[in-house]
Design a protein around this ligand. Structure first.
Ligand SMILES: [Zn+2]
Length: 227
């Protein structure tokens, strides 16, 4: 099943939350006809791991506060290790030197900016992007952050509701650093002789995972409120 890398789903949630009502005319995730034209390789086509798309486009909409040059510059300044390259306003910068250089692709990317993330497990790291334009607040530069946990297991489903039969909204390919907003009692999940009825809400991914997949000895997480 094709899906977009979890780090880019987090970025989408953060941008949507920060700029309500923004124009999404030039947004894109999974490859559209233009990106797939002539069979050219594109990070918008699923190619990493089990059908993971490692790119997203976000529409330029300064009226609602989303200036693509501003956010692209801040992405480069963040040196976030999940970034592979960014394209905006006729220029491209990669994680090799984080410097803008002319982009000679057919689409100048002046109506949207493009971000590709690395094709390795880091692309599924779902912790928030720490950009001033998004209100900062993503991280404190080290130490133990409240509400941050690491998941365990592979192919862990993030679900729309705290039940095993609820729709899947994201998949955690492997251990992933996640922010838990609150927790609640839901469907009991059993694995490896243990069971747990608590579920954690992951606001950056817009869904819940069973606490059995949180790498913490307590079934009910300490210092996390009830939803
Ligand atoms: Zn693109």
């Amino acid at each position: 099943m094709t899906r977009v890398a979890n780090s880019l789903e987090t970025l989408l949630h953060q941008i949507n939350a920060r700029f309500p009502g923004r124009n999404i005319a030039s947004d894109g995730g999974v490859g559209d006809a233009a990106h797939q034209a002539k069979g050219k390789a594109s990070d918008h086509n699923p190619w990493y791991g089990p059908g993971i798309v490692t790119a997203r486009d976000f529409t330029h909409d300064p009226t609602h506060g989303l200036n693509i040059q501003e956010i692209a510059d801040q992405l480069l300044a963040s040196r976030d290790p999940r970034i592979k390259y960014v394209i905006a306003n006729g220029r491209i910068a990669t994680n090799r030197d984080w410097q803008w250089a002319p982009y000679d692709g057919a689409n100048p990317h002046d109506k949207h900016f493009h971000i590709s993330v690395v094709a390795d497990p880091r692309c599924d790291e779902a912790h928030p992007w720490n950009l001033p334009i998004l209100g900062g607040g993503g991280g404190n530069g080290g130490g133990t952050e409240p509400g941050m946990f690491v998941t365990c297991g592979t192919g862990v489903n993030v679900r729309a509701e705290p039940r095993q039969d609820a729709p899947v909204v994201a998949v955690l390919a492997g251990p992933t650093r996640v922010r838990v907003g609150c927790q609640t009692l839901g469907g009991t999940v059993e694995t490896a002789g243990r069971n747990n009825a608590a579920w954690s809400h992951l606001p950056d991914l817009g869904g819940y995972i069973s606490n059995i997949f949180i790498d913490h000895p307590a079934a009910w997480l300490p210092d996390v409120g009830e939803c």
